[in-house]
Design a protein around this ligand. Structure first.
Ligand code: ADP
Ligand code: MG
Length: 228
């Protein structure tokens, strides 16, 4: 069943970002604009160093642009105080990184619950939701295991479950299949592809994989700081 949350939106206008260097500033993004709503999916492709991660970090409010605006669900996150922004990010954005960042001393279930800890001790509803998410990524029977007892693909699936715990509007994945063998990559891809229609989220994926990029609704290349 398709659930499209009409309030779910990502609007980016004329985003620019440069990094200072010893010489001229390094212009990484220039006038990047995009507009997505719940159920949409976008692949961002391009060579190493072209600014894909920088763009994803800004979309995820982890980094500020030099110029331009970002609106997530109609709100300007950069108008918030640091503390408000942390709360906003926690509620609206789910991240899936290539090197998953699971906490080694926590079990699989506890890792999925980590985003809820920011708000104190998780309510019973969160535990149920976390177990459902683990079920949907095929790992509920591994809930008491430590990350070190899982394969790379299984860890990535835990990271996907964790990214969904707070029911985010926006799911951002940075080369999610980069470290995985073909078959494992395919199963992670399948999980990600299902999210826009099953959860009504906006999915933005940075990837080197042509098959993953082609499976998303839109695919754009970041070239000379612009999305083409
Ligand atoms: P990609 O993810 O496409 O490989 P990045 O967004 O990581 O590219 O980086 C884009 C460019 O910006 C690269 O040349 C990189 O070296 C540079 N860069 C990234 N982060 C910083 C930073 N914090 N300070 C200076 N330069 C950076
Ligand atoms: Mg990168």
């Amino acid at each position: 069943m398709t659930t499209v949350n009409r309030e779910t939106s990502l609007q980016v206008e004329n985003l620019s970002k440069s990094y200072p260097t010893v010489g001229e500033p390094l212009q990484v993004l220039s006038n990047v604009s995009l507009s997505l709503v719940g159920g949409d999916s976008l692949a961002i492709v391009g060579p190493s160093g072209c600014g894909k991660s920088t763009l994803l970090q800004i979309l995820g409010t982890l980094d500020h642009p030099d110029q331009g605006t970002v609106r997530i669900d109609g709100q300007d996150p950069f108008a918030l105080t640091e503390k408000e922004l942390a709360g906003f990010r926690n509620q609206h954005v789910g991240f899936v990184f290539q090197d998953h960042h699971l906490l080694p001393q926590l079990t699989v279930l506890e890792n999925v619950l980590v985003p809820a800890l920011a708000q104190g001790s998780p309510a019973a509803e969160r535990f149920t939701h976390a177990e459902h998410l683990l079920e949907s990524v095929g790992l509920v029977e591994r809930r008491a295991h430590l990350p070190s007892e899982l394969s790379g693909g299984e860890r990535e699936r835990v990271a996907i479950a964790r990214a969904l715990l707070m029911r985010p509007s926006l799911v951002l994945a940075d080369e999610p299949t980069g470290n995985l063998d073909r078959r494992t990559a395919d199963s992670v891809t399948e999980l990600l592809l299902d999210l826009p229609s099953s959860q009504g989220v906006i999915l933005v994926v940075v990837t080197h994989s042509h098959s993953l990029a082609e499976s998303l609704k839109q695919s754009r290349e970041l070239r000379d700081g612009q999305l083409v």
